[in-house]
Ligand binder design. Sequence first.
Ligand SMILES: N[C@H](CO)Cc1c[nH]c[nH+]1
Length: 375
Amino acid sequence: MEIEEYVKNILNDIKSGGIDAVSEYSKKFDGYGMPFKVPESEFAEANELIPEYQKDIINRTYKRIYENHAIQYNNDKVRFSRGSIYGIRYTPIERIGMYIPGKKPLPSTVMMIGIPAKIAGVRDIVIVSAPESNGRVNPYTLYIAGLLGIHEVYRIGGVQAIGSMAYGIGMKKVDKIFGPGNSYVNEAKRQVYGFTGIDGLYGPSEVMVISDGTAKDEYILADLNSQLEHGITSKAWLLTTGKAISTAGNERIGVMVFENMDELISKANEIAPEHMEIQAKDPMEIFTRIKNAGAIYIGEYAPVPAGDYFLGVNHLLPTGGTSRFSSALTVDDFMKKTSFASVSREDFMADRELGLELAKIEGMPLHYKSMEARL
Ligand SMILES: N[C@H](CO)Cc1c[nH]c[nH+]1
């Protein structure tokens, strides 16, 4: 069965069967059914389980991510004209859901979503994550949830978790769903879009290294291999104006050699990778000419895994060439932008004729009347 059909069937089943259907699917895929809500005692256990030095590591990482995201906060933007006020008001989304893969847990992702959400001012945050083999949600996920003040965590994974958040099964419906997942989770996000918002559709991880031939082979290889670790469908490319390096028989790495940097940059922009590293004598010059990439890591000391974990930049990034039109996760993704206008009589009357004529052009007599009625 096509994945689209398969996911649609599960979503339909849980829409009509409710919490019992979610429980059935959870038993089938994760080996556990109800109850789903993680009790407070499990947060306390997670806290006990994690050694102090690791808590310190997490706290320091949290601080770096917080500092790098706090600068993104947008205040309302207004313009005053002839006694009128025109602007954009930023309002946090009220309730969001975070999907955290449970089978191969990525607790770092809890920080990458939770921290910008907090900065934006999101009031309610829910986490769904499939249980590990002991039936518990990953303790690091719970510890970080605690740091973020999140206590609504459900041990549900897969398509049924996305459906539960979107349709409000076993929990209050969320306004927007965030987080990466496998192709089934992605398809489920795609299908519930409209019922709720979604952050994006994240495909297999990708890395591109751009070199002018001066980068160290050892660094290049280590960085390319790092993202291939995510799975068999992950992609890695080296684009160089130097000589082709030996990829040690790893045919998953694509090596492209260019005559000059102009040709290289044009190819890099065409591929539009999720992660791009620039390792060259003058990396900033190349950086200014890159248009399409989810994240760009500049210089020898910015390997992608450092960005994945501790630099503080976000690791939820557009994949599959979608960085041509979409962006890294930012505080803005947790906010709505509402345009507003408070209009003075003077301003309205001065330019009313513009609206009247446009209403005529579009053949909208009732639009015309609404504006004409004002005295
Ligand atoms: N490279 C992944 C996608 O950008 C993020 C991640 C999480 N943990 C390790 N890596």
